[in-house]
Write a protein that binds this ligand. Structure first.
Ligand SMILES: NC(=O)C1=CN([C@@H]2O[C@H](COP(=O)(O)OP(=O)(O)OC[C@H]3O[C@@H](n4cnc5c(N)ncnc54)[C@H](OP(=O)(O)O)[C@@H]3O)[C@@H](O)[C@H]2O)C=CC1
Ligand SMILES: Nc1nc(=O)c2c([nH]1)NC[C@@H]1CN(c3ccc(C(=O)N[C@@H](CCC(=O)O)C(=O)O)cc3)C=[N+]21
Length: 307
């Protein structure tokens, strides 16, 4: 089959995310009218990493567009762990702030586990606190990490009931791979988690009805690793030189996923594009988690955000 002979359905994460943001915006407006509560998100960024700066600016803009309060705390690269912990303590105590996100990665010398676990678990809209990881693992309500949450929303929208499907997740990070595995297990999938030490990764991937790529290696997963008709969720965000050599020479870049898209789309049943797939869902779920945190903090039952 020719490389450009795409037959997979393209899962439009951007459109699904826009719908979710609309529902969160309406729900937040009601929360304000009925209970006088405006959801508040604090985003903390340490250092000057350009990609992180762009993400943080986007998060702030999206949050305000949804009618929420958004505070961005920009700290210098030289910030100490103690200074960062002091800011988190202030934000934990601030009744106007319902969600706290500390942008990762943090500069060398700051222990991200210590920092993440200093956040009040009920304000942990990233769902990275050990208490929220534990709640997810045992099936208690908590804050669920945004990227896996958004990915499962797309899968349920594309496939309906996921029960009994073979799900393979490539990547075992605490922020994507592991929580993704928990969510798919909760949806009754048969879950395999693969990683850099896995033997014969292509063969493992070929067993997948649902293949989730969360590796951070541009276009690593090839078309012949994919079971015909499978559903592919490409979490990877990799910046590579522009395809146009002239533009590449000028330093222009483009974003690609962890899946070789054209090859994969010729075999898969459905696939998320990069950009426009999982990325927009991550931000939409961050807003959703902030709304839910604001409700819980004020003993209000959140309205359903389902489509
Ligand atoms: N769309 C979005 O909203 C988001 C996108 N991302 C993107 O998702 C990707 C993954 O992010 P994150 O989970 O934080 O990354 P990490 O670097 O924390 O984890 C990467 C995982 O991939 C595994 N891995 C690395 N190389 C290979 C290989 N050759 N074969 C098999 N497995 C391999 C690693 O295995 P091991 O554990 O053995 O080292 C590790 O488990 C990145 O591209 C990131 O930018 C991340 C967050 C949100
Ligand atoms: N505490 C913390 N929480 C995070 O959730 C977190 C983080 N740190 N550090 C970095 C990663 C990365 N991440 C993305 C979010 C949105 C897009 C996104 O919106 N992507 C768009 C645009 C991509 C582009 O053009 O750059 C898309 O895929 O269409 C991508 C990546 C959140 N992360």
């Amino acid at each position: 089959m020719a490389e450009n002979d795409a037959r997979a359905r393209i899962i439009d994460g951007k459109a699904f995310a826009a719908g979710l943001v609309e529902r969160v915006t309406a729900a937040s407006a009601s929360l304000k009218t009925d209970h006088g509560v405006i959801p508040g998100l604090a985003v903390v960024i340490v250092g000057e990493d350009p990609a992180s700066q762009i993400y943080v600016r986007n998060k702030g803009e999206r949050t305000r567009e949804a009618g929420m309060r958004s505070d961005t705390h920009r700290l210098p690269e030289t910030t100490t762990q103690a200074e960062l912990l002091a800011l988190i303590a202030d934000l934990n105590a601030d009744d106007g702030i319902h969600g706290i996100l500390v942008q990762l990665p943090l500069p060398a010398g700051i222990d991200s586990t210590v920092v993440l676990d200093a956040i009040d678990p009920d304000k942990d809209v990233d769902g990275f606190h050990v208490v929220n990881a534990g709640r997810l693992a045992v099936g208690l309500p908590g804050m669920v990490p945004c990227t896996p949450l958004g990915s499962v929303m797309l899968l349920k929208d594309a496939l309906g009931d996921l029960s009994g499907l073979n799900a393979v997740i490539v990547g075992r990070s605490n922020i994507v791979g592991k929580p993704m595995a928990q969510l798919l297990l909760a949806q009754n999938c048969t879950v395999t988690i693969a990683h850099s030490r896995s033997h014969d990764l292509p063969a493992i991937c070929r067993e997948a009805d649902i293949l989730v790529a969360a590796v951070g290696r541009p276009e690593m997963i090839k078309g012949d690793w994919i079971k015909p008709g499978a559903t592919i969720i490409d979490v990877g965000i990799n910046r590579v030189p522009s395809a146009d050599p002239v533009k590449a020479a000028e330093g222009k870049t483009r974003v690609v996923g962890d899946v070789a898209f054209a090859q994969a789309a010729a075999v898969a049943g459905a696939i998320t594009p990069v950009p426009g797939g999982v990325g927009p869902m991550t931000i939409a779920c961050l807003l959703a988690n902030t709304y839910v945190a604001a409700c819980r903090a004020n003993s209000v039952t959140p309205v359903s955000l389902d489509a």
